[in-house]
Write a protein that binds this ligand. Structure first.
Ligand code: GLY
Length: 560
């Protein structure tokens, strides 16, 4: 090799080294709904874990310190990005209907849905997916043993965590139901009342359950002694679980749904979540107007009309992909969006009434989201749930496991609304082993060397929150603006804009009223978005928690 070639090789090597150095982030970032869960994630990163190990730690810690939002008795969707190879994967750890479930199980003899059966007690609980998802995440994607990543949660369950105002508000909402379950009453209330701020919630039985999972992995939860206790406790109290249901539960790896908006790539949750499909469809419709950047005075109206149409298709088409055929390709198609956009009037709301009867809506604030990026660029956006605050309100005796009420995300009576006022169709009817349709929308957005990792709780409003924040991100606003902006929502039925109080009186709010939209204030602010932003070109890294909650977003270099 002559001197010139040597010099050229040297320059090429230097360039390669500098690109590799740039690819490594200056710090890791975690945003979660509880400071103790964010810390649990960093504890595991400090021990040599990657973003996936940290996701196990954060999920398990949230299950302990945010029992109203998610839990080991629930499920969720973990959207993963492997830096090495650039692969995106969605882990579907959604709850499944028990084998004895049936289409009409929540109807009385007049064919009416009995809300109490569908949302309270063990009759409302699907087979949990979170324990299986965490075991899978650790063994397939993590660097550390499951036991290491579960250790912070086990410690928190044993030592207890202090009650804060958010806990108190949600416990008050579900106090009567928690009081029906002696174990839930003992663990989460204080003599049947909402505990005082600062009181410690200690969960030794949940610690033992996490230890069983740490020791034996998936089977520690789904087979053997714990599984028998779970089935006995559920069946003795009117539920339908069997040992076969638990032994048969499987995490499913699915392709996330993808789309583009204003040149950015959107990667989001696939069915059985409706989140990604509705998000991308709504953005596709909005993009028909000045390439997705309409006059700001028109934006709220066009966003609402886009949501209205995308949520309508949700009700018509979406369900568990292992049970129903769905026209996903069509729903995500840009030409299809052009057709849907065609009847949007710029000066007038389109009534949903021609498409179905309006229904009343009742909303809870529950579920949980966290976002992580490690210094290698691995990412996780995870939205987890036990459905309504404190799920079904039922703790299985002797296990510390608070059960979900995710069965209410099915259409108990196709065409009738669920707890979010969401209408579902035949595609989301109950069937044994089927997974209920979700709105959870863990999402990555990639554009110009930047990446946003985001998601939020908030029932049916999750998707519209992610949509509004995506618009902020693509407008170049800082991540704190994505999570704090005033929110508004439309879900096709009821035909009503639901808006945060601080949006209603604004110029944007008035721009909706003059176009004939009905608007109601949600009374209080909603959602609890957790977001991470990484700009690979400038090196800017942000982790932010929604000011509506008590969460924390932290960036910190990991010294190893
Ligand atoms: N349980 C709320 C959802 O999955 O959308």
């Amino acid at each position: 090799m002559n001197r010139n070639s040597c010099a050229r090789l040297g320059v090429a090597l230097l360039l390669l080294l500098s690109i590799t150095a740039q690819a490594r982030l200056p710090a890791a970032a975690i945003a979660s709904a509880h400071p103790l869960a964010t810390e649990a994630g960093f504890e595991v990163l400090d021990q040599g874990g990657n973003a996936f190990d940290a996701a196990v730690a954060v999920s398990a810690a949230l299950a302990v310190v945010e029992p109203h939002g998610s839990g080991m008795g629930g499920g969720g969707f973990w959207l993963l990005h492997q830096a090495d190879g650039g692969r995106n994967i969605m882990l579907d750890g959604r709850e499944a209907a028990p084998g004895a479930a049936s289409r009409d199980m929540y109807l009385d003899n007049r064919g009416q849905v009995v809300r109490d059966w569908a949302i309270n007690g063990p009759s409302a609980a699907g087979i949990p997916g979170q324990p299986a998802a965490l075991a899978h995440l650790a063994s397939r994607y993590g660097r550390l043993p499951l036991a290491t990543s579960l250790a912070p949660a086990i410690r928190l369950a044993k030592q207890g965590f202090p009650v804060e105002e958010h806990y108190r508000r949600l416990a008050l909402m579900r106090r009567d139901v928690l009081n029906r379950s002696p174990e839930a009453r003992r663990i989460f209330l204080s003599n049947g009342e909402v505990p005082a701020a600062g009181q410690l919630i200690v969960q030794p039985e949940l610690a033992a359950l996490l230890e069983a999972l740490a020791e034996d992995g998936h089977d520690g939860f789904y087979r053997g002694e714990l599984a028998q206790k779970l089935v006995d406790g559920v069946v003795d109290n009117g539920g339908l679980w069997s040992l076969e249901d638990l032994a048969g539960y499987k995490v499913v790896e699915r392709e996330p749904v993808t789309g583009t908006f204003r040149g950015a790539k959107i990667i989001s949750a696939a069915p059985p979540s409706s989140g990604g499909v509705v998000l991308i469809q709504a953005l596709n419709i909005l993009e028909r107007f000045n390439d997705g950047q309409p006059d700001p005075a028109l934006l709220p109206h066009l966003a609402i009309e886009s949501m209205r149409r995308a949520y309508r298709d949700r009700a018509l088409h979406l369900g568990d992909p292992d049970f129903v055929d769905m026209p996903i390709e069509q729903l995500l198609d840009k030409d299809y969006a052009t057709g849907l956009a065609a009847d949007i009037k710029l000066d007038r709301a389109t009534p949903s009434s021609s498409l179905g009867k309006p229904v009343t809506v009742e909303q809870g604030n529950h579920t949980s989201h966290f976002s992580i990026i490690d210094q290698d660029g691995n990412r996780v956006a995870a939205t987890l749930s036990i459905n309504l605050p404190f799920g079904s309100g039922f703790v299985v005796p002797g296990t510390g496991l608070l059960l979900n009420n995710e069965m209410d995300d099915f259409s108990a009576n196709p065409g009738a609304p669920n707890a979010y006022g969401l209408i579902g169709g035949e595609a989301n009817a109950i069937a044994p082993g089927k997974r209920p349709l979700s709105s959870m929308t863990p999402t990555f957005i990639e554009w110009d060397g930047k990446v946003a990792i985001l998601g939020t709780p908030g029932g049916s409003r999750i998707i519209s929150m992610v949509m509004l924040s995506a618009l902020e991100a693509l407008d170049g606003k800082p991540a704190k603006d994505w999570v704090s902006r005033p929110r508004f929502h439309h879900q096709y039925q009821p035909d009503m804009v639901q808006a945060e109080p601080d949006f209603v009186g604004t110029e944007a709010g008035k721009s909706l009223l003059v176009r004939g939209h009905q608007m109601e204030s949600t009374g209080r602010r909603y959602g609890n978005m957790q977001a991470v932003f990484w700009d690979g070109r400038t090196g800017k890294l942000e982790a932010v928690a929604d000011p509506r909650g008590i969460g924390s977003g932290i960036t910190r270099p990991i010294n190893r």
